[in-house]
Every structure is written in structure tokens, then in C-alpha cells.
Design a protein. Structure first.
Length: 506
């Protein structure tokens, strides 16, 4: 009852004219910030942070939180329309969202992304409201061994449930892990895998550079080759009836959206995990749950629903350790944390006691931001579809220029632009040779997290791998991961035995 009263007070604060205007304005800004390749919520919040000194601290955080929410919705737009991830959190949406657009179903993909984002945002905000303190305790229970086990489980999901060629899947994972290891050693600080001593490799390979190269330039090269430059992708049309039909058809994806929401939220509350791993994990689990896993990567709606529900849920989940523990759950919440400190709000358990008005006003604003985001997103779909009606001879150069901008923006280093072009060719060749790209993308995201947690665990255990198997949580997760890794062998053995048995004379 106390929670309901506090939340009601929060709604009164969130719906004050100034705060409501900031919520709507933040969502619209976030939508376009998220859709711009290479910009994303991190840069958007950082750029607009100085503007918030013109308003009270509570209004400032509400505004930045609305931008964060809008950017999570907006990241899907360029992923679907152009095949360029608007941000790293939207990479998984590209896997099936882009093929849907090429089949003339861009409107369905956009409606699916908006709906899943709304479901993920709604479930995560409710969980945030009801279970903030106990979920913070769960997050604290996850130390280095549990985090490594969770990373291994994510890789095992692609192997055991992916349905792709297993050797090619392993190759894809390993090449991603190699790319993730480029840079300086996390413990000794020694350089490693520095190709030809080029200084640009010292800061490692930026994930967004790889994603834009593979899914932006690589996809464009593949499209040009397969269509001989005569691609026509203007079949998508938008009507109220089509939107309603799509919404009705999404009832078959409710389980996938709920799964993505809970998985994304839980991954989001793990310190330093963020929305990108959650979205990629949700995509892998959705593929494993499907009765037709081969359709993933070719325009399966569930391949859009799962990551979009997960990345929005994770964005809310990442605020939990920020508010309750003072530990940012993602790069964007790290910027929000810095803003809170500047405004004189000290994150931690006492924040819920000393600044109740601020906390519950922020939580209530997330409900409002989620509602306005889905309405604004659906309203702008006709404008997004206009992009697809452009001739490909005009669209391809625009995509290329956006890729260059997106590759340069994160580090402002021309080295990354050249690297992005190389990854574009690599992505094209992987597509041509039928290598799955999703495992490589997952590996370069989770590789640094997995390496850090593994080495911390081995330091804790004086080099013994037993630490991963004899702790209750990590041991259980490792058992599931190992089972999934051996699943292809088990399935192959079962098929062989069935063939042998069926050949026996009766």
C-alpha cells in the first residue's frame, strides 16, 4: 500500500506541466538520437546533459531518462530501414528486421519493434516498482564466477539451440573473441594482437564499428550483388488496418516478448552488463525456443520482438543498481549517475529514504515515457517508410555516408573508419559463405566481460577452475551451459541410433 501511495505521488510530480513537456520532448529527441547511426543514447545523454542545469534536478533526470527511453525505441529504426544499427543495443534487431524490410514488411517490423519495446518497458517498470530492493540483492549475489557462467551460457545457447552449422558457429564465436581481445591486456597493460603496431588498435576494436561494418556496408554489398543493382524495396505501405492486423498477429509472440522482458531486465541489473548483451541473449533464446529456428535471420518477427523487448527492459533494469547501489548498469546510466552527483543527489540505499520525491517521480516518469514513446513511434512510421520509397541508387550512397559518420563518431578516429570498411568486406564474405554473424557479434560484446570475470574468478581461487562449479549459482548455470554445448553431439548420436534401430530386421 505504501508503494501505491508513493507511486501516486510520483505521478503527480511527473505530470506537472514542465515535467510532462520534458518527457514528451525527451522521447522525441531520443527517438531521432537512437535512429542516427553511431550516436545512440550514451552520446545523446552526454551532449544534452549541460542543458539540464536550466531545470530542477528531478526534472533534469526525468528529461534524460525520457531521452534514454526514446533512444531505445529509436535504435530499431535504422536497423530495420537501412540495415545500420542505430546503436549497439539494436544490433540484434538488424538480424531479422532488415530482411523483413527487404521483403516489403518494414511496417510490420516497425510495429513489432514498437510493441515489443512497450511490453519490455512496461514489464520492467512494474518489476522496478515492486522488487527494487530484493532484485538489488540478487544483483549483488552475482560476483565474477556467476557473471562468467552467464556469459558462457550465452555462447552455449547459440551452439546448442542455434540450428546453424556447428563448426561455422564455433568459428564465428572464436573470431569474435579474437577481435574482442585486441588492445591492452586488462591486468598487465601489455599490448596484444596489435596488427603491424598500428596505434589505432591500442584502444581495441569498437563494437559499433564492427556492427556498422558488418550490417551496414556488408549488407549493402550483398544487396548490390544479389540484385545486380536493381533492388526494389518500396513495396511497404502503411494503413491503419495493416497496423491493427500486425498488432493482432503479434499475440503469437507474447511468450517471446515476456521472455525477452524478464531476461533483459535481469541482465540489465547486473553491473556493467547493459542492454546489448541482454538483447543478443534474448535473440539466441528466442531462436532456441522456436519450432522453426532456420527462419531466424530471414525475416522472423520473433527475431525483432525478443531483442527489442530485452533492450528496453534492460534500460530500466540498469537504473536499479545506479539508484540503489550507486553502480551504473550501463554506459548511459554512468552519465546519469554523474549528473545526479553534480546535482547533489547521492545514489545508494539512502536515496529511497532521503529523496523519496525524486525516486518515485523518476519511476512514474518511466511509465509516462514508455506510453508516449510507443504512441510517437507508431505515429512516425509513415515518415520512416518514406525512406524505403527512395531509389536504391540514391539510398545506397546515403547508407554508405551514414556508415562512415557512424564509424567515425564514437572515437573520432579515421583508423576506425578504415577498420569499418574492412569489416564490411568481412561481413559480405561471411554472408556469401553462409557463416552466421550473430555469434561473432555476441562474442565481441561479451568477450571483454567474460575475460574480466574469468580472470577475476581465477585470482579469487588461486588459479583453480573449481570456483565455477562449486558455487551454487555459477555451478547451476555452468551445468546448463555445458549441456547446451554438447547438445549437437547428443542429437547427432540420437539420430544415428534411431537410424541403426530402424535398419534392424524385424
Amino acid at each position: 500500500m505504501e508503494i501505491a501511495t508513493l507511486l501516486l505521488d510520483g505521478f503527480f510530480l511527473a505530470f506537472e506541466p514542465l515535467n510532462l513537456l520534458l518527457i514528451i520532448g525527451g522521447v522525441v529527441l531520443g527517438l531521432f538520437i537512437g535512429a542516427m547511426p553511431g550516436l545512440g543514447s550514451v552520446n545523446g545523454v552526454a551532449i544534452l546533459l549541460p542543458m539540464t542545469y536550466l531545470v530542477p534536478p528531478t526534472s533534469a533526470v526525468i528529461f534524460l531518462g525520457a531521452i534514454y527511453y526514446g533512444a531505445m525505441y529509436g535504435g530499431a529504426i535504422s536497423s530495420i530501414m537501412l540495415g545500420i544499427p542505430g546503436a549497439s543495443t539494436a544490433v540484434a534487431t538488424t538480424f531479422d528486421g532488415r530482411p523483413m524490410a527487404l521483403k516489403g514488411e518494414a511496417d510490420k517490423a516497425l510495429v513489432a519493434a514498437a510493441t515489443a519495446s512497450f511490453v519490455g518497458g512496461s514489464i520492467s517498470v512494474v518489476l522496478f516498482t515492486l522488487f527494487a530492493p530484493p532484485l538489488a540483492d540478487v544483483a549483488l549475489a552475482f560476483s565474477a564466477p556467476e557473471e562468467f557462467a552467464l556469459m558462457l551460457l550465452a555462447f552455449a545457447t547459440f551452439v546448442g539451440l542455434g540450428g546453424d552449422d556447428i563448426p561455422k558457429t564455433f568459428f564465428s564465436i572464436f573470431i569474435g573473441l579474437v577481435f574482442s581481445a585486441v588492445g591492452l591486456d586488462i591486468i598487465s597493460g601489455e599490448p596484444r594482437l596489435i596488427f603491424m603496431d598500428l596505434p589505432g588498435f591500442f584502444h581495441g576494436i569498437n563494437f559499433l564499428v564492427l556492427a556498422i561494418g558488418i550490417y551496414g556496408i556488408g549488407e549493402m554489398l550483398w544487396t548490390i550483388e544479389t540484385t545486380k543493382g536493381k533492388v526494389k524495396i518500396s513495396q511497404a505501405h502503411i494503413t491503419v488496418q495493416r497496423i491493427l492486423d500486425t498488432l493482432i498477429s503479434l499475440k503469437n509472440g507474447i511468450k517471446v516478448m515476456i521472455m525477452g522482458s524478464f531476461l533483459g531486465y535481469f541482465v540489465g541489473i547486473l553491473p556493467a552488463a547493459g542492454a546489448t548483451p541482454g538483447a543478443l541473449m534474448a535473440y539466441g533464446v528466442a531462436k532456441g525456443m522456436s519450432k522453426d529456428p532456420e527462419s531466424f535471420g530471414k525475416g522472423n518477427t520473433n527475431g525483432v520482438l525478443a531483442p527489442e523487448a530485452a533492450n528496453n527492459a534492460a534500460s530500466t533494469g540498469s537504473m536499479l543498481p545506479m539508484l540503489t547501489l550507486g553502480i551504473p548498469g550501463s554506459p548511459t546510466t554512468a552519465i546519469l549517475l554523474g549528473g545526479m552527483v553534480i546535482w547533489g543527489l547521492d545514489p545508494g540505499p539512502m536515496l529511497f529514504v532521503e529523496h523519496k520525491e525524486f525516486v518515485w517521480g523518476l519511476i512514474a516518469s518511466l511509465y509516462a515515457a514508455n506510453f508516449f514513446a510507443v504512441i510517437i513511434n507508431l505515429a512516425f512510421i509513415p515518415a520512416f517508410l518514406w525512406v524505403l520509397r527512395m531509389p536504391f541508387t540514391i539510398l545506397a550512397p546515403i547508407i554508405f555516408v551514414l556508415c562512415i559518420i557512424g564509424g567515425y563518431a564514437p572515437t573520432q578516429d579515421m583508423h576506425d573508419v578504415w577498420l569499418m570498411l574492412v569489416f564490411g568486406i568481412v561481413g559480405y564474405l561471411m554472408r556469401k559463405l553462409d557463416y552466421p554473424m550473430a555469434p561473432a557479434v555476441l562474442a565481441i560484446v561479451l568477450g571483454p566481460l567474460a575475460e574480466t570475470s574469468m580472470r577475476q574468478s581465477l585470482l579469487m581461487s588461486s588459479g583453480s577452475f573449481e570456483i565455477f562449479f562449486f558455487r551454487p549459482i555459477s555451478g547451476s548455470i555452468m551445468a546448463i551451459a555445458i549441456t547446451l554445448l554438447f547438445m549437437p553431439l547428443i542429437n547427432s548420436f540420437n539420430k544415428t541410433m534411431r537410424r541403426e534401430i530402424s535398419s534392424w530386421p524385424l
